[in-house]
Write a new protein. Structure first.
Ligand SMILES: [Zn+2]
Length: 69
């Protein structure tokens, strides 16, 4: 298990997250990118953080709308 080691932090794949799949991404130190084995999403840390934040925002808005009833 020497290859595909994880980065400092475990990030979840934003693309999988949107399909309600909880998938940890692997870190490629050479390219400084995170990648997902499941959907082959590739992105750097900032991109992953941005997409994850975007997802959280959407999700929160959705639950907020529901609780308004
Ligand atoms: Zn993925």
């Amino acid at each position: 298990m020497a290859q595909g080691r994880k980065g400092k932090l475990n990030y979840r794949c934003p693309r999988c997250l949107m399909r309600e799949i909880d998938m940890d991404m692997l870190y490629d130190a050479e390219k400084d990118e995170y990648y997902c084995l499941r959907c082959s999403f590739v992105g750097n840390e900032q991109e992953v953080l941005r997409l994850n934040a975007q997802f959280r925002e959407k999700y929160r808005n959705r639950t907020m709308r529901i609780t308004e009833f």
